[in-house]
Design a protein around this ligand. Structure first.
Ligand SMILES: NC(=O)C1=CN([C@@H]2O[C@H](COP(=O)(O)OP(=O)(O)OC[C@H]3O[C@@H](n4cnc5c(N)ncnc54)[C@H](O)[C@@H]3O)[C@@H](O)[C@H]2O)C=CC1
Ligand SMILES: O=CCc1c[nH]c2ccccc12
Length: 302
C-alpha cells in the first residue's frame, strides 16, 4: 500500500506524507534538500513563516519543473515581524512565488490574536478569497479546538501536532477528538525515538519489527504514525533516507506491532520538570487537605 492521499473535510485531498523544511539552521541549503525531496517523489511540502525559507522552497519548486497543481504546499502563520494574518499570507505567497497555498495553518494557538474566534474568522476570509485552498491549525489542544469550533463557519481541515510513541498516551484523546470532528491529524517529529529520545524502550519493538519486515526503524515509526490515522510530516537532508521514507508507504504493521510500540512508548514517557512540580504540588495540597479533614473530624492517623 503506497502513500496515498487523504480526503479533507472541505472536499479537497492531502498527500499522506509531507516533506518538512524546519531544520534549525543546520547549515545546509534548503533549496538542495527540497530539490532532493521533489526529485525523489514527494508531492507535499511543509514550511512556515517562522522557518524563514519560503523563498528557497519556492525556488526549489520552480527548479523541479513540476506543475503548481502537482505539489501540495502548506505554510503557517507564525506571528512574525508584527504582520497580521492577512499580511502574512500575502507575504508568504510572494516569498513562495505562488498564487495560493494548499493549506494555511495557524502555527500555535497562542498566535491566534486577539483570540481564537477572531483569528479563525480571518482564516475563513483568506480561504474565501482563494489565497489558501484549505485552512487549519497546528499545536491546538482539545480546549483550543472547542473554542474554535463554537464560532467557526468552516471547520479546520487539519491539526498539525507532535505525535510519536512517547507522547502517544498524552495525545491519544486529541487524536480521537480530531477524528470525531473530521479534522485530519498531521504528525510531526514522529521519528523522535531515533533523534531526540534515542535509547528508550521503543527501540526494542521498533528494531524487532524492522528486522522482521526488512525495513529501517524510521520506516517502522512512520508506519506506526500512519496506523494512528495521521498524515506524516518528516524530513531529511540525505537522499537515501528521503527515498526510504517514500518506500515506507508499503509497510503494513499488524495490530500487535502497533500495540507493542504503544506499550513501550508508554513506558518511556518523560515528564517535564513543570509537570513533576505540578504533580508534587498537587499531592502536597491533597495530603495537607486530608490531614486537615482528619484533624477536624478527630480521626487519628498514626
Ligand atoms: N507545526 C509545528 O509546530 C512543527 C512542525 N514540524 C514540521 O515537521 C517537520 C519534521 O520535523 P522533525 O522533528 O524533523 O521530524 P522527524 O521526527 O521526522 O525527524 C526527522 C529527522 O530524523 C532524522 N532521522 C531519520 N531517520 C533516522 C535514523 N534512522 N536515525 C537517526 N536519525 C534519523 C532525519 O535525518 C531528520 O533529521 C519539520 O521540518 C516541520 O516541517 C516540526 C516541528 C514542529
Ligand atoms: O514548527 C516548528 C517549531 C516552530 C518554529 N517556530 C515556531 C513558531 C510557533 C510554533 C512552532 C514553531
Amino acid at each position: 500500500m503506497p502513500w496515498n492521499s487523504r480526503k479533507l473535510n472541505d472536499g479537497r485531498t492531502i498527500p499522506e506524507i509531507a516533506f518538512g523544511t524546519w531544520t534549525l539552521g543546520n547549515g545546509q541549503d534548503p533549496i538542495d534538500y527540497v530539490d532532493n525531496a521533489l526529485d525523489a517523489g514527494f508531492s507535499h511540502l511543509d514550511t512556515a513563516q517562522a522557518y524563514g525559507n519560503e523563498k528557497e522552497v519556492g525556488i526549489a519548486l520552480r527548479e523541479s519543473g513540476l506543475a503548481r497543481e502537482d505539489v501540495f504546499i502548506t505554510t503557517k502563520f507564525s506571528g512574525r515581524d508584527g504582520l497580521s494574518i492577512e499580511q502574512s499570507i500575502r507575504n508568504s505567497l510572494d516569498n513562495l512565488g505562488v498564487k495560493y497555498v494548499d493549506l494555511y495553518l495557524i502555527h500555535h494557538p497562542r498566535l491566534a490574536q486577539p483570540d481564537i474566534p477572531s483569528a479563525w474568522a480571518v482564516m475563513e476570509k483568506i480561504q474565501a478569497e482563494g489565497l489558501a485552498k484549505s485552512i487549519g491549525v497546528s499545536n491546538f489542544e482539545i480546549s483550543d479546538l472547542t473554542t474554535l469550533l463554537a464560532s467557526a463557519k468552516v471547520k479546520p481541515a487539519a491539526n498539525q501536532i507532535l505525535l510519536h510513541p512517547y507522547v502517544n498516551v498524552r495525545q491519544a484523546p486529541l487524536v480521537a477528538f480530531c477524528k470525531a470532528n473530521d479534522i485530519v491529524v498531521e504528525a510531526y517529529s514522529a521519528l523522535t525515538p531515533l533523534t531526540r529520545q534515542r535509547g528508550g524502550p521503543v527501540d526494542k519493538p521498533v528494531n524487532a519489527i524492522a528486522a522482521r519486515l526488512d525495513a529501517s526503524p524510521d520506516q517502522v515509526l512512520l508506519a506506526w504514525a500512519r496506523a494512528k490515522g495521521a498524515v506524516l510530516v518528516t524530513m531529511s537532508s540525505k537522499k537515501e533516507r528521503v527515498e526510504g521514507y517514500l518506500k515506507a508507504g508499503d509497510i503494513e504493521l499488524t495490530s500487535d506491532d502497533v500495540r507493542d510500540i504503544d506499550v513501550a512508548g508508554a513506558l518511556g514517557v518523560r515528564l517535564s520538570a513543570r509537570t513533576v512540580l505540578r504533580r508534587v504540588a498537587g499531592l502536597t495540597v491533597l495530603t495537607t487537605a486530608a490531614f486537615g479533614v482528619c484533624t477536624y473530624l478527630g480521626v487519628e492517623i498514626f
